[in-house]
Design a protein around this ligand. Structure first.
Ligand SMILES: Nc1ncnc2c1ncn2[C@@H]1O[C@H](COP(=O)(O)OP(=O)(O)OP(=O)(O)O)[C@@H](O)[C@H]1O
Ligand SMILES: [Mg+2]
Length: 98
């Protein structure tokens, strides 16, 4: 499995757009692709047209280890190879200890 992180300290540099385009491209080329929205702004989740109900797990629940990874993975509409772990605005409440 190849993992690609798209990150920048600057805002508005095209991180979300690049992530979405790369995800669509790779998945349409036949690579099963999991997008992970790690931004509390959750624009990627919005762009993927995923409408979450209040009790549905996101990346936050996975990071807090209250759900298994697979329970926070959602399929995308009309593309069998593209999946998303969504975020919501609660993501910035997470405190990780290593
Ligand atoms: N290659 C591009 N050419 C032209 N416009 C672009 C390109 N990539 C992104 N944009 C536009 O630039 C703006 C910022 O893009 P995007 O939201 O992807 O940035 P971001 O780095 O994720 O921002 P943020 O830091 O707020 O999360 C958006 O309006 C987007 O449509
Ligand atoms: Mg963004």
């Amino acid at each position: 499995m190849l993992t690609i992180a798209i990150a920048s300290l600057s805002g508005g540099q095209g991180k979300t757009t690049a992530s979405l385009m790369l995800g669509r491209l790779l998945s349409r080329q036949g690579y099963p692709t999991l997008l992970v929205d790690a931004d509390p702004q959750h624009n990627l989740t919005t762009y993927m047209d995923l409408e979450l109900q209040a009790n549905q797990p996101t990346l936050l629940e996975f990071l807090k280890k209250t759900v298994l990874a697979e329970d926070s993975i959602y399929p995308s509409e009309g593309n069998d190879n593209l999946f998303l772990i969504p975020a919501d605005d609660q993501l910035d409440t997470v405190r990780l200890s290593f």
